[in-house]
Design a protein around this ligand. Structure first.
Ligand SMILES: Nc1ncnc2c1ncn2[C@@H]1O[C@H](COP(=O)(O)OP(=O)(O)OP(=O)(O)O)[C@@H](O)[C@H]1O
Ligand SMILES: [Mg+2]
Length: 277
C-alpha cells in the first residue's frame, strides 16, 4: 500500500489503479479499528470507524439481520466479493472493501467517501418536470400527498457502468442512497450485501436504459470479468460465494455479452428496491 491518493482519495497501487484486496500483512488489515459512530438509518449494524487516518464503514457479520431470501451471516463476504468484481471491471465503482476483524468481530470494512450533498444521481421530480437532457425517466407514481411524481436518474457514463455492474453481480438493492455522488462527478456504489444470488434478483432504480445497446467499452468490462473468473478472481470468489453463485455469475456475463443490451425487468419479484432511497 502506498501513501499516494487516487482520484477519489483511495490509495493507488503500482499501476495507478486503486489497490485490490487488502493483504494479510497490510496496515489496514492489522491496525486498530476504532468505532466513532453508528449509521442509524441502517437496518443492519453499520458503524463508522477510524483506521489510522482513514474513516471507514464497518459492518460486523454479527450485526446482520437475518433475511428470508439470502443466507445468513455472509453479507460481509458479498460486499467484499462485489468489490473484487468492481476491480475486475476497472471502473472504480465500489470503494475499497475488505474483510477483517474489529471490536464487534469479523466483518467488512470499506473506505468512507465524502459525498457532495448538493448532487443527486437519482431524484424524484414533479411528473411534468422531467428534465429533457442529462436525465433518464424510470417511472411515474404518486407521492404521499397524491401529487404525480417521476423517478429519474442521471444519464451519465458513471451510472451506466454501475447499471452494468449491477446486472452482472445481480444486485438486489440498488437504492438511490446506495449511489454516492462525489464532488468531481464520480459515482460510487455501496451496500452490496444483497448480491450474487443464483436466482434473478435484480432490484434497482437504474432502469433508464432498458433495451439500449451496451457501448463497446461496457462490453469490454463485462468481458474482463468473464475472463478473470477463470483466474485469480474466480479463485478468490470461490471462498466468498457458493459454487452455484459463482457459475451463475459467469452465466450472467455470457448472457449480457451475447445480448449486448440493457435488459428489461423480468421475473416474479419486484424490480425496484423499497424504499427507493
Ligand atoms: N463507503 C461509504 N462512504 C460514504 N457513505 C457511505 C459509505 N457506505 C455507506 N454510506 C452511507 O451510509 C448509508 C448506510 O450504509 P449501507 O446502506 O451500506 O448500510 P445498511 O446497513 O445496508 O443500511 P440499509 O439497511 O439502511 O440499507 C448509505 O446509504 C450511504 O449513504
Ligand atoms: Mg443500505
Amino acid at each position: 500500500m502506498t501513501e499516494a491518493g487516487g482520484p477519489h482519495g483511495e490509495p493507488e497501487g503500482a499501476a495507478g489503479q486503486p489497490d485490490g484486496p487488502v493483504g494479510a500483512g497490510e496496515a489496514w488489515q492489522q491496525g486498530e479499528l476504532e468505532l466513532t459512530g453508528r449509521i442509524v438509518s441502517a437496518s443492519n449494524a453499520t458503524f463508522l470507524a477510524q483506521l489510522g487516518d482513514r474513516a471507514v464503514v464497518y459492518k460486523p457479520a454479527s450485526g446482520e439481520r437475518p433475511l428470508w431470501d439470502f443466507p445468513d451471516g455472509d453479507l460481509a463476504n458479498r460486499e467484499a466479493a462485489a468489490y473484487l468484481v468492481s476491480q475486475s471491471f476497472g471502473w472504480n465503482i465500489v470503494p475499497r472493501t475488505w474483510l477483517r476483524g474489529g471490536p464487534l468481530g469479523e466483518g467488512m470494512v470499506q473506505l468512507w467517501q465524502e459525498i457532495d450533498p448538493e448532487q443527486d444521481a437519482v431524484d424524484l421530480v414533479p411528473a411534468g418536470d422531467v428534465p429533457e437532457a442529462g436525465w433518464r425517466h424510470v417511472f411515474d407514481g404518486y407521492d404521499e400527498d397524491d401529487h404525480p411524481i417521476a423517478l429519474v436518474h442521471e444519464d451519465s457514463a458513471e451510472l451506466r457502468r454501475m447499471a452494468v455492474f449491477d446486472i452482472v453481480v445481480n444486485n438486489a438493492d440498488r437504492k438511490g442512497n446506495h449511489i454516492l455522488a462525489m464532488p468531481d462527478g464520480h459515482r460510487y456504489g455501496v451496500d452490496h450485501g444483497l448480491t450474487f444470488h443464483e436466482e434473478h434478483k435484480l432490484r434497482t432504480v437504474l432502469w433508464g436504459w432498458v433495451g439500449e445497446p451496451l457501448l463497446p467499452a461496457e462490453l469490454e468490462g463485462v468481458e474482463r470479468v468473464r475472463r478473470d473468473l477463470g483466474g485469480p478472481l474466480g479463485s478468490r470468489l470461490a471462498g466468498m460465494i457458493t459454487d452455484r453463485e459463482l457459475r451463475a455469475l459467469g452465466r450472467r456475463c455470457e448472457r449480457l455479452l451475447a445480448r449486448a443490451v440493457f435488459p428489461a425487468p423480468h421475473g416474479q419479484m419486484p424490480s425496484m428496491p423499497w424504499p427507493l432511497f
